[in-house]
Design a protein around this ligand. Structure first.
Ligand code: SAM
Ligand code: SF4
Ligand code: SF4
Length: 341
């Protein structure tokens, strides 16, 4: 298949594909899947509506063959809740042109799977952890899980040889006092910590601007204790701004999607577990790829569909958020647990 470099309406290329493999999770983080909404009767996707491993692999093959995608991130829900996940990684790893497979996880199942995942071809994990305080963490994750369960997962990933980053969502009035302890801890551990501003993804997490602890506030807190300097990005389109601690060889990052939006370089597509392609984290709905996949369309026909979707894209939600906050925040948006961040 001849490769085509896609560009959207704002001349942004398609470089990165994120694949959600399940909409289920063993946590109920208040900012993502609040327990009162995602309760025992919540209608999660039934198995026949999930893309099979064969269907996911076929799409990755098309994204790689037709558009030159090299990077894949597996996410969820909690991706390790999907049965036999290492088998999917192994299939993706065998696809020509894919040279970087990463996963975002809450980490508790890493103790069990890290070795198998590494062996299957996974290279990197981003582990989410919002506090080092047991009581606070148990409350945030909504399932009473203690910090140690995640730290054990991180250790298992390190032992297996996976590269590790840590993600911390900072919410004002909830865990902003954990910014400095987390920075100190992961500097000592030698893992890059990335602070993420609390975002208005979906419609269930009761977001408002007052709950956002901004990049500026995070930097100010850290500067009092651990001096740092900003360093340049690793590549164009990197979402985290990078900072290096002075006198050390370690760094941290900030993903400031709310206060300093980066839509102008956004080059990611997101595939939901049921096979819808989303061109923005804040989309109302996705583009159905499962129906044409199951209707036996050829690879060329599927590539044509994706081309049409990307070439029509003009999303820049975060840059527009402030223009009409009422309407932008309240309109229907896909839930984070559906497309995986
Ligand atoms: N369950 C996995 C995990 O937690 O890492 C993967 C899916 S989760 C949706 C992906 C990332 O999105 C996590 O790092 C999580 O903290 C982040 N996230 C979820 N809701 C968010 C929100 N409202 N604002 C900012 N980040 C959020
Ligand atoms: Fe689950 Fe991740 Fe969402 Fe937390 S952030 S509820 S771990 S999907
Ligand atoms: Fe990309 Fe949408 Fe986020 Fe802007 S708001 S950076 S277009 S995902």
């Amino acid at each position: 298949m001849e490769k085509k470099l896609l560009q959207d309406q704002l001349r942004r290329p398609l470089r990165d594909l994120r694949i959600s493999v399940t909409d289920r999770c063993n946590f109920r983080c208040s900012y993502c899947m609040p327990a009162e909404i995602f309760g025992p009767d919540f209608p999660f996707l039934p198995k026949d509506q999930l893309l099979s491993f064969e269907e996911i692999t076929r799409l990755v093959d098309i994204f790689s063959g037709a558009f030159g995608i090299k990077k894949i991130r597996i996410t969820g829900g909690e991706p390790l809740m999907r049965k036999d996940l290492p088998a999917l990684i192994e299939k993706i790893f065998q696809i020509d042109g894919i040279n970087d497979i990463a996963m975002t996880t809450n980490g508790v199942l890493l103790s069990k799977y890290a070795g198998q995942l590494k062996q299957a071809g996974l290279q990197r994990v981003s582990v989410s952890l919002d506090s080092l305080n047991d009581d606070l963490f148990a409350k945030i994750n909504g399932r009473g899980v203690k910090v140690d369960a995640v730290l054990k997962g991180i250790d298992a990933a390190a032992k297996a040889g996976l590269k590790i980053k840590i993600n911390m969502v900072v919410q004002k009035g909830v865990n902003e006092h954990e910014v400095v302890p987390m920075a100190q801890f992961f500097k000592d551990e030698g893992h890059i910590l990335r602070f993420i501003e609390f975002m208005d993804v979906g419609n269930t997490n009761k977001w408002n601007m007052e709950k956002v602890y901004s990049r500026r506030e995070i930097l100010e807190d850290i500067s009092h204790v651990l001096p740092f300097e900003q360093i340049s990005s690793n590549y164009s389109g990197e979402v985290a701004a990078r900072f290096r601690y002075l006198g050390a060889d370690s760094e941290f990052g900030i993903i400031s999607s709310v206060t300093e939006a980066f839509c102008s370089t956004c080059n990611r597509a997101r595939l939901s577990a049921e096979g819808k392609l989303y061109t923005c984290l804040f989309s109302g709905d996705g583009h159905d790829l499962r129906t044409p996949l199951r209707a036996n369309k050829s690879n060329d026909e599927l590539a044509q569909i994706v081309t049409g979707i990307w070439e029509n894209r003009h999303d820049r939600y975060s840059e527009m958020r402030d223009k009409n906050p009422e309407r932008n925040v309240s309109r229907k948006k896909v839930e984070m647990s559906h497309i995986g961040g």
